[in-house]
Write a protein that binds this ligand. Structure first.
Ligand SMILES: [Zn+2]
Length: 99
């Protein structure tokens, strides 16, 4: 993001319901969906190694761990977003839970 642009937090609090807020909402959900998809894809690859090369398998495990971290962060971002940008849905954010 270029210098001088408002941070997402400021956009969220000053432009509630604006196009930029809705765009951020969609982007957070897209990122969570993409992170989840990638994590599951990598876990599937880990479960069925295509070869017997141990270093390949270790690389896959490492990628899956990175994907898991990205998924947790995306989930936390969505949860925070639900609690801050959609106050009436605070209960829904809590029901969303954690992993
Ligand atoms: Zn939202």
């Amino acid at each position: 993001m270029p210098n001088g642009f408002p941070t997402p937090d400021i956009v969220e609090s000053t432009a509630m319901g604006s196009a930029s807020s809705r765009a951020q909402c969609a982007a957070l959900w897209r990122e969570y969906a993409a992170a989840t998809y990638e994590h599951v894809r990598l876990l599937t690859e880990c479960a069925v190694p295509s070869g017997t090369d141990v270093s390949d398998f270790q690389a896959l495990v490492s990628q899956a761990e990175s994907a898991a971290k990205r998924r947790r962060e995306a989930r936390a971002a969505v949860k925070l977003h639900l609690a801050t940008a959609h106050p009436p849905r605070e209960a829904a954010a809590q029901a969303f839970g954690s992993d």
